[in-house]
Design a protein around this ligand. Structure first.
Ligand code: ZN
Length: 251
């Protein structure tokens, strides 16, 4: 593997923007904050963006880590990131969203699920609240089965399987998503209480079990259409999602 020598000037810029977070498996290297103006429903909103990399090697010699980047082909893997809004470290309460990547919903705007809607809506909720963070979890595609397997699952769904049945018949457990890394990053950015935007009790449990102070949950339903009604019903009936009567009138 070829390694390029990092320019000392570039390193002096980068070194103060990197944090090492030690984990059971190794390390998370967190880079940021980076100013990120975002087009949110036609308005420009400025978030602070952080991205992180999981690595087996644990070192505070960041020069070593940076020098490896050009040879490890990171584009073949996905990295997760977080958009932070407001005074995230100090504000009394902050809204948190743990968003699982959804190539079809977030990028293409697919109406087979409600992910794209939830992504934008939770960003908007965070901005309206004044402080918060949206974690975008890159290894969560298709509830952790990956994009190609998700395509297979969609083929099965077009032939009468529900979301859970499709994943299980491909040999996957229904939901293999892990929130450990995101929670570690959250703890590095904030120790004060958070309110979680979710309908999913597993996410709430994961956060509470981590020792993070969770002051509550706020739900997020919407964008129900003929295309995703069955998907949403399956979330409620099969995956234990909590339903709020006033915002989800069906069933
Ligand atoms: Zn989706």
């Amino acid at each position: 593997m070829t390694q390029t020598k990092l320019e000392s000037k570039a390193f002096s810029v980068l070194k103060d923007k990197i944090q090492l977070i030690k984990t059971n498996e190794g390390a998370i290297y967190l880079v940021g904050p980076i100013r990120l103006p975002v087009n949110l429903y036609g308005e420009t909103v400025v978030f602070q963006w952080y991205c992180w990399l999981n690595c087996a090697e644990v070192t505070e010699d960041y020069e070593r880590i940076i020098e490896k980047l050009s040879s490890v082909n990171l584009a073949e893997f996905q990295q997760s990131s977080v958009l932070v809004y407001g005074d995230f470290e100090q504000a009394d309460d902050a809204l948190i969203r743990m968003h699982s990547i959804c190539h079809t919903g977030d990028i293409f705007g697919s109406k087979r699920c409600d992910c794209g809607f939830q992504l934008k809506q939770s960003m908007q909720m965070i901005v309206e609240h004044g402080t918060g963070a949206l974690f975008y979890l890159a290894n969560h595609e298709g509830r952790g089965i990956g994009l190609f397997s998700k395509a297979m699952a969609y083929v099965l769904q077009e032939n009468g399987y529900d979301t859970v049945e499709a994943n299980e018949s491909l040999g996957f457990v229904d939901d293999s998503r892990n929130y450990g890394d995101a929670i570690q990053v959250l703890k590095a950015l904030r120790v004060k209480p958070v309110t979680l935007i979710t309908n999913n009790p597993k996410k709430l449990e994961a956060l509470k079990n981590s020792g993070m102070h969770v002051s509550g949950r706020t739900s997020l339903w919407g964008d129900v259409s003929e295309f995703n009604e069955r998907y949403l019903q399956t979330k409620i009936k099969r995956s234990g999602h909590l339903k709020d009567e006033e915002t989800y009138p069906n069933d």
